[in-house]
Design a protein. Structure first.
Length: 320
């Protein structure tokens, strides 16, 4: 029995060795090297195409529904620069090619139709970003505002007799002109250091320069130009409207009668960096600084105020 066991074990050992030897070539095989990708065809969409492609955006339909104005941004890859222009398409003639508006020649952006049929836009052709208008796509532009600082965003009242503008101002200044003088004095300082006693010091890609975005209301005369002094309607509020750094005119709106504004803003204070409590405030153009909080019960984000066509309902987006 012992000899038979030894013989069986030897046979098993030989069989196992044979199996391993047979499997060795397969185990030793190296996976095939990856094949290089096939060369791109001439019509392939490359990252160079993506970078240089035109960007279309911000479509605005005229009150009568006939035209749509939109922005086109072109990129010069070699010069590492971009340029924007405004284009118009006649929706009643869909087979007609869109046209580049002549107002783009000296820079134009943020085109908005007024209830009066005029096309308003922002342009820096006067040396600062101001509100301009044209009565028709082919007419000569007229400068609406001539404020001492850049207009960041704007809204035209429903009747076209007022414009609300957002300006970056020093909140502790007495008025707009005083804020401009403060800016000049700071620019003339030899030192470059800044003192911060609260955050934000930097918000996303924007440094805090101690200015805030505030709303001003300006009357528009019969000639289509701004008249009188700009009323600082959010005077005394500690916060930005529109919000920095990505806010726009969707965060404020005229009431249907044009006598007041509703805007979204967050109180800065000491808690701004970790707060999402944006509220909607109402303020009469004739009573600057007298704000009414419309959404105080919601300790989260309220924004995007829009009035219904009949003026009876205010819709907005709210964070639950």
């Amino acid at each position: 029995m012992r000899h038979r066991s030894l013989l069986s074990a030897a046979c098993a050992s030989i069989a196992l060795s044979g199996a391993l030897m047979a499997a060795a070539p397969a185990l030793a095989q190296v996976p095939p090297a990856p094949q290089p990708a096939a060369p791109a065809t001439s019509d392939a969409f490359t990252y160079q195409d993506m970078i240089s492609a035109n960007r279309l955006g911000d479509p605005q339909v005229s009150p009568d529904g006939r035209y749509v104005v939109y922005s086109v941004t072109t990129t010069d890859v070699q010069a590492n620069s971009r340029a924007g222009s405004l284009w118009i398409l006649d929706l009643n003639a869909p087979d007609t090619a869109p046209r580049r508006l002549a107002i783009s020649d000296q820079g134009a952006n943020t085109a908005r139709w007024g209830g009066d049929g005029n096309l308003y836009f922002l342009s820096g052709k006067s040396g600062a970003s101001q509100v301009w208008r044209v009565a028709s796509p082919t007419s000569a532009p007229v400068q609406v505002t001539n404020l001492p600082t850049d207009v960041n965003a704007y809204r035209i009242s429903p009747s076209g007799d007022k414009v609300a503008v957002s300006l970056a101002v020093y909140p502790n200044a007495a008025d707009l002109n005083a804020s401009v003088e403060m800016g000049k004095a700071i620019a003339d300082q030899k030192s470059t250091g800044k003192v911060y006693d609260r955050m934000f010091v930097r918000h996303w890609d924007t440094w805090n320069d101690h200015t805030q975005n505030h709303l001003f209301a300006v009357s528009i005369g019969a000639d289509g130009r701004a008249t009188g002094d700009a009323a600082w309607v959010t005077k005394g509020f500690d916060g930005d409207t529109p919000s920095k750094p990505f806010g726009d005119e969707s965060e404020f709106v005229f009431a249907p009668d044009g006598q007041s504004l509703v805007f979204s803003a967050r109180h800065a204070g000491k808690s701004e960096p970790w707060s999402t409590n944006f509220d909607l405030y109402s303020v009469a153009v004739s009573a600057p600084g007298q704000l009414t909080n419309l959404t105080e019960s919601n300790p989260a984000w309220d924004t995007g105020p829009v009035f219904s066509p009949d003026g009876q309902t205010l819709a907005y987006r709210a964070m639950a």
